[in-house]
Design a protein around this ligand. Structure first.
Ligand code: NIG
Ligand code: FE
Length: 417
């Protein structure tokens, strides 16, 4: 039976056709004021102005088999796509948060065995079932915050056994979750302590043991690497990504977070789906990204949490880059999966416009995790994964009123969750 949602104050990001948005197109956000929307079998099947509906110029007005939901002036947006997270982790790291307050840097903490290695040690002692339960609970909370698709990375395993453990948890999440889940293999997140003096030894394990095992069980969609001084060099990243490509995985790279060393250009060369972070961008990196098909995914809450410079969003947009936004939800650099806050901070600190942040967190983010044919906009045939806001005066009120939860209800596949 179709469901007709009536009295929608603003129906946001209504698009007949899919398009990855770059440059100034990011500021164009198509909206229908005073709208209705029709859902059938969990999919969007029609939409239009309330005027059409009330004057009987719509087939839905007289369709007595349709159920009606009165949105009572709510604004409706497509749910967010969070294309970069690490939500399978065993424990929080608020002790390091305090260390940082006391003056240590992210790199200092990593060098003394904290950071990613700390998370890996805890994960090694946690069962697959417990990891699943924790990640499942996080996912339920994120859906309430408006996330309607999620990408999740491994990378706190750093051994064959534990990387597979995380990826099997992600596979179980894919199987049971109401929202699309994409899996990324991030074995190249840090060198385990035992391989500190034998880096090639760990790279050999990634290439000769982990990737074949992952391919055999079909556990990943993407391969990622933390390409950074003190982590994986350009050359090491390229070797690892090429092994992933040979096994059928597309590339995503943690690029230019702490330094500008050519990671973005490498991502472009490898035809990466996205290069993510981008705090430290020089002109070469910006131009390379702008003239490529690779999406630049900005993770401003990581910069916020680590007290780093924000990503140069305006420069990237002016250069014509395709920009997406994501949370980077992880226990070390962004212990929050709140896309509403990502949008707010992107407006406040990176001077992105409200229209730009909504496009970057919905349609472009859908492209950054290859769910653009099912999510990311209000388009006929796409899934009815929708955010219903509380009464708001205008769309800009969402990022303006940061820290206030303005989501009233979230619908996934046409059902409220
Ligand atoms: O995306 N930069 C590398 N990886 C994560 C942080 C991981 C951690 O500190 O646990 C990130 O910020
Ligand atoms: Fe990350």
């Amino acid at each position: 039976m179709p469901t007709v949602i009536i009295n929608i104050k603003q129906l946001v990001n209504v698009r007949e056709e899919n398009k990855l948005l770059r440059g100034k197109d990011l500021a164009e956000l198509p909206i229908i004021n005073n709208a209705f929307l029709v859902i059938e079998d969990g999919l969007i099947v029609d939409y239009g102005c309330m005027e059409e509906y009330t004057t009987g110029n719509s087939q839905w007005t007289i369709n007595d088999k349709a159920e009606t939901i009165d949105a009572a002036g709510a604004t409706i947006l497509p749910t967010y796509c969070d294309s970069h997270t690490h939500i399978v982790f065993a424990a929080s790291r608020e002790n390091e948060f305090v260390d940082k307050i006391n003056g240590l840097s992210y790199a200092d903490i990593a060098a003394k065995g904290g950071g990613i290695l700390n998370s890996a040690a805890k994960l090694a002692n946690t069962s697959e079932n417990d990891l699943f339960d924790m990640a499942y609970n996080r996912l339920q909370q994120l859906m309430q915050l408006g996330t309607g698709a999620i990408e999740i990375k491994s990378g706190y395993g750093l051994s064959l056994e534990n990387e597979l453990k995380i990826l099997r948890v992600i596979k179980r999440l894919k199987d049971v979750s109401l929202i699309p889940v994409k899996a990324t293999f991030l074995g190249a997140h840090a060198f385990p302590i035992a391989y500190k003096e034998n880096k090639q030894g760990y790279i050999d394990i990634i290439i000769n043991e982990m990737i074949p095992a992952i391919a055999k069980e079909n556990l990943a969609d993407y391969i990622d690497a933390f390409c950074e001084e003190g982590f994986f060099s350009i050359q090491q990243t390229e070797t690892i990504c090429n092994a992933g490509i040979a096994a059928g995985l597309k590339v995503k790279i943690h690029a230019n977070q702490l330094s500008s060393t050519g990671a973005v250009q490498l991502g472009v060369k490898l035809n990466a789906l996205s290069v993510d972070h981008l705090e430290m961008m020089d002109d070469d990196a910006i131009n390379s990204l702008a003239s490529s098909n690779t999406i630049g995914t900005l993770l401003p809450t990581a910069a916020f949490f680590l007290r780093m410079d924000y990503q140069p969003a305006r420069k990237l947009i002016e250069a014509g880059c395709a920009i997406a936004l994501a949370t980077d939800y992880n226990p070390g650099s962004s212990p929050s999966g709140n896309m509403n806050f990502v949008n707010a901070i992107s407006c406040i600190q990176m001077k992105m416009l409200p229209e730009e942040v909504i496009n970057a967190s919905t349609i472009n983010a859908a492209y950054a995790m290859e769910v653009e044919n099912e999510l990311g906009s209000i388009t006929k045939g796409k899934k009815a994964n929708l955010i219903f806001t509380k009464p708001i005066a205008s769309l800009a009120y969402l990022p303006y009123s940061f820290g206030t939860n303005l989501i009233d209800k979230v619908m996934i596949n046409g059902e409220f969750v």
